[in-house]
Design a binder for this molecule. Structure first.
Ligand SMILES: Nc1ncnc2c1ncn2[C@@H]1O[C@H](COP(=O)(O)OP(=O)(O)OP(=O)(O)O)[C@@H](O)[C@H]1O
Ligand SMILES: [Mg+2]
Length: 347
């Protein structure tokens, strides 16, 4: 649906050019909720704004729905942009217009008459739950309600693509969940392709199907959310994941482990961090199998279980005790069962 090919974006800066995007290749399949995550300054806004050419990239090609936007004359580009809605972190509503008139604005700009606008806007206000507040002004509604207006406005032209640049960053966690649920609903009901920019893994976890990690203007990792959460490859991904699944053990747990390990002969104990995802793994009695098959002793020293897209997902820290050969076999068994296993060496 969306293809970015070798996108570079360079801005002029006081101390020389700033290379915000350095060769981005990205494919967002139709109908997906595709997350792009990165730290502040990584290039996320630059990236998402190239998709509708709000920023024209310095070089590279942007294709949306089979059309090359970068090669279009202005009039055709304006037309193509109607197929791409966008929501913003700070909502960007017009303070002098009511809720209704904010949602109606893109339709007025497209030259639609008042009656047609009304039949388009009213169902959208119902969809986002704001029909009763339609005569209020932006200053008279909450942040979450403002973002609902932003979403309704973005949908007014019936786009195929919805771009969201940190749409929930200014909202509290509960309102964030509600707005994300609304984005998920429009993705399902209208088959919209959603590109979701965020700096929070929590947001990715709640609704994205695929995720790309951007760091210093480059995509450093991408894949299915479950896969990336379970087997992060890049240091930036691991550090961003820390927010939802701490990658390191808390100091109190490490201290307790240290004192337990002190009394044990070298090689007869190890600490493992295991991460797993999917029914196949969660449904098997893996840990009791370890004890039965390899005669190791096992304690769970830390961990959490969660769910992504209805799939179980978790990370546990285990202290294993047993003969060195049994420990090796136990680790191999876990890996064979599709569990990601890391030995914790900094105990
Ligand atoms: N119009 C501009 N002129 C000059 N430099 C810019 C411009 N826009 C962005 N930059 C620079 O490009 C880099 C990427 O910025 P961008 O806004 O894309 O990052 P971001 O990932 O969206 O950050 P944030 O999470 O803070 O919104 C930064 O170094 C930024 O300072
Ligand atoms: Mg930004």
């Amino acid at each position: 649906m969306i293809r970015l090919e070798n996108i570079h974006q360079t801005y002029p800066g006081p101390s020389g050019p700033v290379q915000a995007l350095r060769g981005i290749d990205l494919h967002v399949p139709q109908g997906q909720i595709f997350g792009v995550i990165g730290r502040s300054g990584a290039g996320k806004s630059s990236l998402v704004r190239t998709i509708n050419l709000l920023n024209r990239p310095t070089s590279g090609r942007v294709r949306v729905a089979g059309q090359d936007l970068t090669a279009m004359p202005d009039a055709q580009l304006r037309q193509a942009r109607q197929g791409i809605g966008m929501v913003f972190q700070h909502f960007n509503l017009l303070a002098s217009r009511t809720v209704y008139d904010n949602v109606a604005l893109p339709l007025e700009l497209a030259g639609m008459d008042a009656a047609a606008i009304r039949t388009r806007v009213m169902p959208l206000l119902d969809l986002v739950g704001l029909a009763a507040l339609r005569e209020r002004y932006p200053a008279q509604i909450s942040g979450g309600q403002k973002q609902r207006v932003g979403i309704a406005r973005a949908l007014a032209n019936r786009p195929q693509v919805l771009l969201s640049d940190e749409a929930t960053s200014a909202l509290d966690p509960e309102t964030t969940r509600a707005i994300l649920a609304l984005l998920q609903q429009v993705n399902r009901e209208f088959g919209l392709t959603v590109v979701l920019i965020t700096h929070q893994m929590q947001v990715i976890k709640q609704i994205a199907q695929q995720v790309a990690v951007i760091d210093a203007g480059r995509i450093v990792e991408q894949g299915a959310v479950l896969e990336v959460f379970t087997r992060p490859q890049h240091a930036t991904t691991r550090s961003l994941l820390d927010e939802v699944t701490p990658q390191a053990l808390p100091e109190s747990v490490l201290a307790r482990l240290r004192s337990q390990l002190q009394g044990l002969p070298a090689g007869e104990a190890c600490v493992l961090r295991i991460a797993f995802a999917g029914d196949a793994v969660a449904d098997q009695p893996l840990l009791s199998e370890l004890v039965r098959r390899f005669g190791v002793d096992l304690s769970v020293v830390h961990g959490q279980m969660d769910e992504i897209q209805g799939q179980p997902y978790g990370a546990l820290a285990l202290l294993l005790r047993g003969a060195p050969s049994s420990l090796g076999e136990a680790v191999a068994y876990l890996r064979g069962a599709g569990v990601s296993v890391q030995e914790v060496s900094d105990v």
